[in-house]
Design a protein around this ligand. Structure first.
Ligand code: GDP
Length: 334
């Protein structure tokens, strides 16, 4: 087994912006071992004062929409503007099929060699929520390591988008012109989460179609509930091939940051995200703790069957499981 670093070694490595240590620290927080979990929690606590300074951007869109090409161009633009960029990708398919929607091909080839950029795919093999769970921790580690912008990428077809929305400041949805919403597999809920919608591949023959689609989407967005941020979601077009519209995307994100920092939404949103995060962490700990007791797994499965067959209400089943859990703890005590 690989040698683990000490808590202080992780900490010093991260705050001194050591990429290798940052990578190792992300591996640590992704680890399923319980002894790693306590070091990870201590590390996250220790780096907390160094977090919060990055602009956190979620980016999503169906496979083929042009995410990796966009991130490559957008990321290069940012690094040329002296920004340090971390890209964290969540690919839920890898857990289901061991294959990957995001592709085995080398994605973001030039960005991956860029000294101002750091690219890290999320660990596969855990539950869907679990992947996003670790991504938030990875994001905090990147922030403590001095990255100005953290991009969290998802494929836009799973449940991970809501989890990502809950960890970022700005949510960007990439769309194709003229593909139809159903065809794109984009759910209305995901569109409603977007702070900006970007029509990709606005070049060549596609240019007019992209502008037309942009106007249609802008209209469609007006029909949604106005978001709590007070920000009016923008619809933009871009071509990663021709490097057009990329700067406008960044300007829009900066505008959003300015506006919501002035209104105070920026901070309240992050505070709420932290509160939700705390609740989720606690839920996760409870679930993990429950799994310590083998007998409870059987009880849980039995109760689940009874709930499915309507032999017992969900409410009553949950109370019974909690009761058995309390008893298991008591009988386990020295
Ligand atoms: P992802 O699956 O969302 O990451 O999409 P990719 O970035 O891999 O792009 C999917 C396809 O669209 C590839 O064949 C790209 O070459 C192409 N593509 C990406 N960006 C553009 C663009 O700006 N213009 C055009 N014409 N094609 C693009």
């Amino acid at each position: 087994m690989k040698k683990r670093l000490s808590l202080d070694e992780y900490y010093q490595g991260i705050v001194s912006q050591n990429r290798v240590v940052l990578g190792q620290a992300i591996t640590l927080v992704e680890s399923q071992h319980s002894e790693d979990a306590s070091v990870a929690a201590a590390l996250l606590d220790k780096i907390l004062p160094h977090t919060g300074n990055a602009l956190r951007i979620g980016i999503t869109g169906v496979p083929g929409v042009g995410k990796s090409t966009f991130i490559e161009t957008f990321g290069t633009y940012l690094t040329e503007a002296s920004k340090k960029l971390a890209v964290l990708t969540i690919d839920p398919s890898s857990q289901l099929t061991q294959g990957s929607i995001l592709g085995d091909k080398t994605r973001m080839e030039s960005l991956s060699k860029n000294p101002r950029a750091f690219i890290r795919p999320s660990a596969s093999g855990s539950v869907l929520g679990g992947v996003a769970y670790k991504t938030r921790e990875a994001m905090l580690l990147c922030e403590a390591s001095g990255f100005d912008v953290v991009l969290v990428e998802t494929v836009g077809i799973g449940q991970s988008e809501t989890a990502v929305k809950n960890m970022v400041d700005f949510f960007l949805l990439l769309m194709l012109a003229g593909a139809g919403d159903e065809l794109q597999g984009i759910k209305k809920g995901i569109m409603e989460m977007a702070d900006a919608l970007v029509i990709t591949k606005a070049d060549g023959d596609n240019k007019t179609k992209a502008s037309k689609a942009a106007a249609e989407y802008q209209h469609a967005l007006h029909l949604f509930q106005p978001p709590a941020s007070g920000w009016i979601p923008q619809v933009l077009t871009c071509s990663a091939f021709e490097n057009t519209g990329i700067e406008k995307v960044w300007e829009t994100i900066e505008q959003y940051a300015d506006q919501t920092q002035t209104t105070g939404f920026w901070n309240t949103n992050r505070q709420q995200q932290n509160a939700v995060w705390f609740q989720e962490c606690f839920q996760q700990l409870l679930t993990n703790d429950l799994s310590r007791f083998d007998g409870l797994q059987t009880t849980k499965e039995n109760l689940e069957q009874q709930v499915i067959n309507q032999k017992i209400s969900s409410q009553q089943a949950a109370r019974k499981l909690l009761n058995d859990y309390h008893n298991a703890i008591k009988s386990n005590q020295p």
